[in-house]
Design a protein around this ligand. Structure first.
Ligand code: 13P
Length: 286
């Protein structure tokens, strides 16, 4: 089974595959341990910045090594690729999937560049995610409130036009969520808009970004409403940072990374396990 087979199954059976972002080996180890325990397919994401920090070649090599060792279906996706050049580099070096985020461009420009991404990626059998409707925020804690207004939500007509012209495999949509977590306030999925988009685009695979901090009820409804891929980053970053802070609490004299990191890893693993169960992707490996 490849990525496409899994999303077809997910659509049919109404569950979603998690994309978990990484910028270090410890987070990767935690995600893989959770996937192995729960027999779940997973997508590993790296944004442009995360992949620059880890190194594109190093990321591809790491994924290839853990895939071989674990026997798990692990897909490596470039998250929010901003330029055709960077996407081409990731594809050429061995990424399995790429997300081109042209959401800040005009629809015509977004379609134009996405078509070029699709043309390049398809030759290498790499899947492409497009984006219509800007998804605000960044994957961290926000002091300020992010307000997603009605006019920011993905327009179903525009989504359909984009899909018909670009032939992307998956589409990221703005249905009320944003990247990151607010210190005050909650995130919600606008189920009404999701259903309107789904009715328009029919069997197109839809992706939910900004997966951290969404109440369980909203995630379940989103999956029932046609979301087949959910991206999670902030909650993993927080688990990593909090775990590390705890291990460096005042009375700790520990200075050996391989001695204090296991606890940090198990904290992240716990978060990933919860998400996998919530998305319903456990026991889906065939
Ligand atoms: P969160 O940081 O809110 O989990 O969103 C992640 C994401 O959508 C990555 O593309």
């Amino acid at each position: 089974m490849n990525f496409r087979d899994y999303i077809i199954e997910a659509q049919k059976e109404k569950w979603a595959i998690g994309q978990f972002n990484i910028s270090n080996l410890e987070t990767l180890k935690a995600i893989v341990a959770a996937a192995q325990k729960l027999k779940s397919p997973i997508i590993i994401g790296t944004s442009e910045n995360e992949s620059k920090f880890l190194g594109l070649e190093e990321t591809v090599a790491l994924i290839s090594a853990v895939r071989k060792k674990s026997g798990l279906p692990i897909i490596l996706n470039l998250d929010h690729g901003k330029t055709l050049d960077y996407i081409k580099e990731a594809v050429s070096l061995g990424y399995d999937a790429v997300h081109f985020d042209g959401s800040k461009l005009s629809l015509a420009e977004n379609i134009d560049i996405t078509k070029k991404v699709v043309e390049f990626a398809y030759r290498k059998k790499v899947l492409v995610e497009g984006e219509v409707g800007i998804i605000f925020g960044s994957s961290e804690l926000h002091e300020e409130k992010i307000e997603v207004k009605k006019e920011d939500l993905t327009d179903p007509e525009k989504a359909l036009k984009f899909i018909n012209e670009t032939k992307v495999d998956t589409l990221a949509v703005n249905v009320g969520t944003f990247h990151g977590l607010e210190t005050t306030g909650e995130k919600h999925v606008n189920i009404k808009r999701l259903k309107e988009i789904k009715n328009k685009v029919k069997n197109q695979f839809l992706v939910l970004h900004g997966g951290s901090g969404i109440p369980e009820k909203d995630i379940k409804e989103a999956v029932r409403g046609g979301i087949v891929k959910i991206n999670i980053n902030t909650e993993l970053r927080l688990a990593f940072t909090e775990g590390l802070k705890k291990s460096f609490s005042e009375d700790s004299k520990e200075s050996v990374p391989y001695k204090y990191m296991p606890e940090v890893i198990s904290g992240i693993q716990k978060v990933v396990e919860e998400k996998i169960k919530l998305f319903g992707s456990n026991n889906k490996i065939k």
